[in-house]
Ligand binder design. Structure first.
Ligand code: GLA
Length: 733
């Protein structure tokens, strides 16, 4: 049993963690514990009742100056309760002032997992050990109910939280901030680990100590963004990959977000996260509900690797719904860096032909196949095949590719509109533009107003027609700009504060409809690479193009950062040409292959123009990937050497869940004269088993798991800059 309730003390146990909240004698919902698995002791004894000074006392405290929400740990703090820290809820109840006060109303528990209408959320499969707790809080004066939802994923040490507000007050109310959760920690001396970056340089790890005051990360871009990822870790100072306590919070949402930590006057840390509230002003009509997205809280008593494994497992088993989760992903070639906009059927068929010879599974036709789209200045929205450019119909092209033994995928960017498009000429009001102002353009394009029914219908009609027109097995769903100067001509001026969230709901609706109508379709998410790499998208798209940066060496950092929350089977990565198109770097073909195998493997170059040596290597790479795909897709992923800490090499490892086999990849990032011996220590093996070791396809020797995990493996000396090597170890017998 994960949820134990006694005298209004709610104790939630997962395999290795305990989370506790308590309704006190005033009806306030306090947060009393989150950490290592313990018992059901009422941990409110840890809360200091004292007059701290200049702290308000709620009426129910009756002038008891030692009772103040200014410093008590709370489960869902609100503006208006005398709590001056960052809060979860700002609500206006018709008096023009943001003021509310919540008290416990009721609760229920059930086995299985709640779902959230219109929003992505984790799910339980049959026989999963998953339970739900729902606590209803009532506003003091008004019939407004705040439902706090908890999904308990026992095995994965993940607790999801979500919130919905139900207005039964008989009038309209407004919310300007609805965070998905709060955790009040009993200490403040944590490190915060977060992942920042920019286009083509996503998810760099930064570890900083929390400090007194507020630290925040946010995206106001309408997407989760390249700049910040909606995933953070709070870790003890001494926590590393293998040991120490840490907590994770991942928002299951693809729009803008807001994360704050605050170390308060008692030196306790508060962590909150939710949808971006910078422009939020949502009116909840009487009888309506507003739902805030879900967050996945994780806890590990054993370091960062364990935390990552918990997230990876939870995402894999309870978030990704696509049938492709379990299927071998197609090794594909994408024509973007091969041709950019300059292609026709002949060029594509030449690439496909070579792909078939190398053992590839799919050709993906990227941007430029529709409307008037020979550059990124026009055509978005006109989702009609440009047969003149192709030289044939799409079906003819796809049939030919299928006949070569390859399946076919295609790129779309449905949320966008070019001003130079038939769609814009017919429906200028379908783009977000503030009245009487010039639009803010991004990549010379505007954003479609996905809050509108007619826009959603148009996009669906075009996508469905495209998918029905030929044998299309995959789409790459792109999104190539941030939202700015957002105004919906379809909504009245009093509803403009709802547009950004409604935009995301429109996106989710189309993705949901696609999932329902085309359950076999593999959808790859993309937003100029990894600008929308988040849990929300993974509910619809089991893989995401990780970055527009295809340089193997820069990808080491990008993929390293991504791996903390997201399983590597969701990380789309390709081998591209050298000099690399983003930074001009030259790396060995072998190394590019090893780096792309860290994720879903593929190519992004003109295969028909490859030299014979590269063709031979590519054939080997495809064979290796297919041979080990189960390990890559279903194994446990370990970060062995960090690109941020080890300047000489980066290493990672996949281990089968039963420990019988493992694959270790090492990329040398620096070379030296008279080099020092370098080693890697493996993880996750069975100590007393004997493993056969192969390096780059050659059998070397046998060693025990204990030897490989404690003494390690001696690395070969790199022969060139950015050389690499890979070991495959398998249990004997
Ligand atoms: C984005 C994607 C690229 C490519 C281009 C096409 O930048 O991330 O992979 O699809 O768009 O315009």
């Amino acid at each position: 049993m994960g949820i134990i309730i006694k005298d209004k003390v709610f104790t939630i146990h997962t395999k290795n963690s305990t989370y506790q909240l308590k309704v006190d004698d005033k009806g306030v919902l306090l947060h009393t514990y989150y950490g290592r698995r313990t018992d059901e002791t009422d941990y409110s004894y840890m809360i200091m009742a004292a007059d701290v000074g200049f702290s308000g006392n709620i009426a129910a405290a009756d002038n008891d100056r030692t009772y103040s929400l200014d410093y008590f740990p709370q489960e869902y703090p609100v503006l208006g309760s005398g709590d001056y820290r960052v809060n979860c809820l700002e609500m206006e109840l018709g008096q023009g002032v943001k003021d509310c006060m919540l008290f416990y109303d009721s609760h229920k528990t059930y086995s299985g997992k709640y779902s959230l209408p219109g929003l992505p959320a984790l799910f339980a499969r049959e026989n999963d050990n998953v339970e739900t707790l729902e606590i209803v809080m009532k506003e003091d004066r008004e019939n407004v109910y705040v439902h706090l939802l908890y999904g308990v994923f026992f095995e994965e040490d993940i607790i999801t939280r979500a919130v919905f507000i139900e207005n039964k007050s008989g009038k309209e109310i407004r919310v300007s901030r609805v965070m998905s959760f709060c955790v009040d920690f009993a200490r403040g001396d944590y490190d915060l680990i977060h992942f920042h970056g920019r286009h083509a340089n996503e998810r760099n790890l930064e570890r900083v100590p929390l400090f007194h005051g507020i630290f925040e990360l946010r995206s106001t871009r309408g997407t989760s963004s390249h700049q910040h990822n909606p995933f953070v870790i709070l870790a003890d100072k001494n926590t590393n990959e293998e040991m120490g306590e840490c907590y994770g919070a991942a928002l299951v949402y693809s729009g803008g977000f807001h994360m704050q930590t605050e170390v308060d006057q008692l030196e306790h840390a508060r962590l909150v996260m939710g949808i971006d509230d910078s422009e939020l002003d949502w009116r909840i009509a009487d009888g309506d509900i507003f739902t805030a997205p879900e967050v996945m809280l994780g806890y590990s008593p054993n370091g960062l690797s364990c935390l990552s494994h918990n997230y990876h497992d939870a995402v894999f088993h309870h978030l990704i719904r696509s049938v492709w989760k379990d299927r071998q992903r197609p090794v594909l070639v994408n024509n973007w860096e091969a041709t950019y906009f300059d292609f026709n059927a002949e060029k594509l068929l030449a690439i496909a032909k070579q792909g078939a010879e190398l053992g590839l599974d799919m050709l993906v036709l990227d941007d430029g196949w529709f409307g008037k789209r020979d550059s990124d200045y026009s055509g978005l929205g006109d989702w009609y095949v440009n047969e003149k450019k192709l030289g044939c119909t799409l079906k003819e092209l796809v049939d030919k590719i299928n006949n070569m033994g390859l399946s076919f995928g295609i790129w779309v960017e449905p949320e966008m509109i070019s001003e130079d498009s038939d769609l814009y000429r017919a429906h200028p009001d379908w783009a977000f533009v503030v009245p009487n102002r010039e639009p803010i353009r991004g990549r010379a394009q505007l954003v479609l107003d996905m809050t509108r029914e007619d826009v959603v219908s148009y996009i669906e009609e075009r996508l469905f027609a495209l998918l029905d027109s030929a044998n299309i097995q995959y789409i790459k769903w792109d999104m190539n700009r941030s939202l700015a100067a957002v105004y919906s001509a379809g909504l009245g001026k009093e509803h403009q504060g709802e547009v950004r969230h409604r935009f995301v709901l429109g996106l989710y609706r189309i993705l949901e409809d696609l999932h329902t109508k085309y359950p076999e379709l593999l959808i790859e998410g993309c937003s100029g690479g990894g600008g929308r790499f988040d849990m929300g998208m993974l509910y619809y798209t089991p893989q995401i193009w990780c970055s527009d940066n295809t340089d193997a060496i820069e990808r080491l950092r990008i993929q390293y950062g991504t791996s903390f929350a997201y399983p590597m089977s969701s990380v789309s990565a390709h081998v591209s040409v050298c000099p690399n198109h983003q930074n001009g770097r030259v790396t060995p073909f072998k190394t590019r292959g090893i780096c792309a195998m860290q994720g879903t493997f593929g190519y992004e170059l003109d295969l028909s123009r490859m030299c014979d040596e590269d063709k031979m290597l590519a054939k080997e790479q495809v064979k290796t990937f297919k041979q080990h795909y189960r390990l890559f897709q279903f194994g446990d992923y370990y970060r062995i050497a960090s690109p941020f800490e080890n300047s000489d090499f980066t290493a990672w490892e996949y281990v089968a869940k039963d420990g019988r086999e493992a694959y270790v990849a090492v990329v040398f990032t620096d070379v030296h004269g008279n080099p020092l011996p370098k080693t890697v220590r493996l993880k996750g093996l069975v100590a007393d088993a004997v493993y056969k070791i192969c390096r780059d396809g050659h059998v070397l020797e046998s060693r025990t798991g204990a030897a490989l995990m404690n003494a390690g493996l001696l690395l070969p000396i790199p022969e060139t800059s950015y050389d690499s090597t890979a070991f495959y170890v398998s249990m004997e017998g």
